[in-house]
Design a protein around this ligand. Structure first.
Ligand code: NAD
Ligand code: GDU
Length: 327
């Protein structure tokens, strides 16, 4: 390598948050090497470094890629991430997410790669005792997706305790929005997330939005979430990677804004930003959905110097809408 730039292995780099993080890594002077099977990712989203196709469960292929690039660390996004799907097919989640991560950690140990940033989730908290949620509150997931991520956090703690791994778990709240320059954005197939579905309904390209439940214990009866811009998440990953360079052990950080928005708030913001109506109706609550999840992000600010800068609802919706117009 003539540049001397450090390589970072990015599992799931062809996915939504992974691709935005590759852009941020390149801007920070790293070379992101995407490792992705493309099972749920997009080849076109890999723009800031090489794509190496492979599955997490293929340990030999992982080792081959690590030997080829000599990454100084790994950012691990690759996983299945649909709460509803995990309720119907839990084994898919335990195999891909838990067994897949064990396979990755074995390859890292064999190739002596000792730094990891991991995509965890607010879904590990289950129904929290109160909001906003601090990192030291109990983690008691109510769906297999969240449980798979909590199991991985435990594996990371145990590996970090041996002194061979520095690991950071970033517990994101609800990722949303798109690259402000419009180069990449959210493109899940099928799409299940609220904001792209609300925008597609406004555009007339999807069914009217179904609001899951009108009788939640929240002021307007609909679920409250903490929506965090994907560009803010990408920035946090670069910072967390830096943290693993100088801090051994395991650390976890909540990534959110500290402010909740209900589904009706999202519909109102979507209508404001697009100037179009969002056709919608009500359906039953979705199994496995807590009523309210809002982050206390103060630890990430204190330790990583991170805070949300692009995550007001209008910026989230206008960047996502801009992306949807191009896509
Ligand atoms: N989107 C959110 O709101 C959110 C919130 C909290 C946590 N997370 C976590 O962040 C990560 C990224 O989420 P996303 O929304 O970008 O998901 P995504 O589905 O867009 O990206 C995941 C990527 O991982 C790849 N992948 C999956 N299994 C693989 C395997 N076995 N081997 C190789 N590649 C594999 C997919 O092809 C895809 O490109 C996930 O771990 C998810 O659990 C997401
Ligand atoms: O058609 C829809 C889609 C969603 N919702 C509601 O909108 C909110 C947001 O739903 P999303 O599916 O967009 O996201 P989740 O809140 O289910 O997010 C969960 O899954 C994500 C990954 O997909 C993250 O891991 C996150 O941490 C975890 O809580 C929820 O209250 C959901 O019930 C609807 O009412 N109608």
């Amino acid at each position: 390598m003539t540049t001397g730039a450090q390589h970072i292995l990015v599992t799931g780099g062809a996915g939504y948050i992974g691709s935005h993080t590759c852009k941020a890594l390149a801007a920070a002077g790293y070379i992101p090497v995407t490792y992705d099977s493309l099972v749920r990712g997009n080849r076109w989203a890999v723009k800031w470094g090489p794509l190496e196709e492979g599955d997490l469960l293929d340990g030999e292929r992982l080792r081959e890629v690590m030997r080829a690039y000599g990454p100084v660390g790994v950012i691990h996004f690759a996983a299945f991430a649909y709460v509803g799907e995990s309720m119907h097919d839990p084994l898919l989640y335990y195999r891909n997410n838990v067994a897949g991560t064990v396979s990755l950690l074995e390859a890292m140990a064999a190739e002596r790669v000792g730094r990891l940033v991991f995509s965890s989730t607010c879904a590990t908290y289950g129904v929290p005792p109160g909001n906003p949620i601090r990192e030291d509150m109990p983690q008691a997931p109510i769906n297999p997706y969240g449980q798979s991520k909590l199991m991985i956090e435990q594996v990371l703690k145990d590996c970090a305790a041996t002194g061979t791994l520095a690991a950071v778990a970033l517990r994101y709240f609800n990722a949303a929005g798109a690259d402000p320059a419009g180069e990449i954005g959210e493109a899940h197939h099928p799409e299940t997330h609220l904001i792209p579905l609300a925008l597609a309904a406004a555009k007339g390209e999807a069914e009217p939005l179904t609001i899951f439940g009108d009788d939640q214990p929240t002021p307007d009866g609909t679920c409250i979430r903490d929506y965090i811009h994907v560009t803010d998440l990408a920035d946090a990953h670069v910072r967390a990677l830096g943290h693993t360079a100088t801090n051994a052990g395991f650390a976890a950080f909540n990534l959110g804004t500290g402010k909740g928005a209900s589904i009706l708030d999202i519909i109102a913001a979507t209508q404001r930003v697009t100037g179009r109506r969002v056709p919608h109706g009500y359906g039953p609550p979705r199994a496995g959905d807590p009523a309210e999840l809002v982050a206390d992000p103060s630890r990430a600010k204190a330790v990583l110097g991170w805070e949300a800068r692009h995550s007001d609802l209008d910026t989230i919706l206008s960047t996502a809408w801009n992306w949807m117009q191009r896509a």
